[in-house]
Design a binder for this molecule. Sequence first.
Ligand code: URA
Length: 262
Amino acid sequence: MESGNTYWHNRALLEWQVELGVTDAILDAPVDRYQLEAAKPAPKPAPAPAAPPPVPQPDTVDAVGIARATAAGAADLGALAAAMQAFEHCEIKQGARSFVFSDGNPAARVMIVGEAPGREEDRAGKPFVGRAGQLLDRMLAAIDLDRAASDPAHAVYITNVLPWRPPSNRTPDKDEIAMMLPFLERHIALADPDVIILMGNTPCQALLGRTGITRIRGQWAEVMARPALPMFHPAYLLRNPAAKREAWADLLALKAKLRGDT
Ligand code: URA
């Protein structure tokens, strides 16, 4: 195209734009928009959809395994008490006021295993101090045993399957018993009594794997290579005084065992 023509052509375009309302030239230099388009960075890929929230899994902590390893590492009764007190996998602990480990003389020939602390024990931090505990003391006194005795031949050592009071004094369930069993077994191994008394169904469940105290009471069993006698729990005797006759027979059987008569 000739330059004169270009002038008139460009002027016509300009006038047409002014007619359309254009008032300002925006840029000084021309811009090649095709090149700009080509130089644009490639669009980013759309972000991957967010991962779905994790589905809650059941508690996979092996509480029994942890209890076993922890208990095995306790070299003496003090270390065992500290390890048990620090054990966080038994929910009953949350509702209890005290950790109740034991009472009496750890050197005693007789070790008594009860169920779990009740309200009075939770307050005092000691096992068998409520009404059932007072009856237990009287029963023991009848065969010349005393938890306060320093002579191992006349002393008793007392503990429970659970060291924490269950809510509303409910019976511990099988999972709770199984979880705390490694501690109880280590407790027995460290105290090393000659004879074990199982007071009621819960220690029978824990150490013999069976219940039915009405049938099994008075029958010597074996726990960790030593004689173990299931007896009625003193709380049961308070509710059923007629059963004291059988309890007396069991106490005499214990006395005979300690004398070496049986
Ligand atoms: N009953 C138990 O079995 N243990 C206690 O310590 C008190 C009551």
